[in-house]
Ligand binder design. Sequence first.
Ligand code: NAD
Length: 298
Amino acid sequence: MQKIAFLGLGNMGSPMAINLVKNKHDVSGFDLSKDAMSNFEKAGGKTTKTALDACRDAEVVITMLPSGKHVAELLTREFIGSLKPGTLIIESSTIDPATAKAVASLAEEHDCFMIDAPVSGGTAGAQNATLTFIVGGKEDALKKATPYLSCMGKNIFHAGPSGAGQMTKICNNLLLSVLMVGTSEAINLGIANGLDPKVLSEIMQKSSGRNWALEVYNPCPGVMEGTPASREYAGGFAVDLMTKDLGLAMEASLASKTATPLGNMAFNFYRIWGEAGNGKLDFSSIIRFLNHKKEQSK
Ligand code: NAD
């Protein structure tokens, strides 16, 4: 049993931390949101009053925060300096590679280990411990982290040095956004032309349009049970978080002078949809943005 501090108990962090508890680790959780803390306690977790309290004597610190700004504000030089030497930091939020590298350098200065380990697989993956971890950092840090990552996920990939996990995750989410927009477009077109979205989705799943959104995350209500679409797009992966990830992709695209026209279009769709008051909805709700005629008649 290891003492683990888990900071950030939102849609992803809470079920991930509970999976560590289920594997008999001694987990202390902390979140700035009282609701997140009480949901974690209801699920069987233990909480502390501050992030530092959770980290006291911890061998491992895991962070699952909204963005790079939150990570940089929490994992400061002073905060990392207060950890035990040899502490392993697993930073699992999706953030910019530059912040991941800066935190890894701070950790190294204080004789701690740090990996960037963003995840793929959504809230269902977090609940079922089937996440994919995309790791950037040194081999020895990844080796130390593997027993903990295995409690929360099924696939662990070493993408490269510090920051490479984040860059890989950013590329993945750019592709995911394009797939979700494309899937939504095709389903809307089918419905508008008299097709049953369930039948259409089943056929496309076995045809050349097959993709992850169709297989496990259908954006159309009534097609697939257990998806955010089947519960009014509550929970899941927020539009605001997808907009943040696409913003990171656009920054990387500008910095490396790489053409990403479809990602750029998806970024604008998500940004406009979020700014129209839909930022907390799951990102599959983009099907409603594209179905603008139906939205306006509401
Ligand atoms: P969330 O907003 O549900 O949870 C983030 C939590 O962090 C919130 O409860 C917030 O109060 C807390 N927080 C912020 N600052 C804090 C601090 N200083 N100390 C402690 N807690 C703090 O977000 P989420 O959906 O759980 O996503 C977390 C990260 O995982 C994001 O970077 C996101 O991009 C990434 N991600 C999410 C999904 C998904 O399906 N939701 C999938 C893959 C990756």
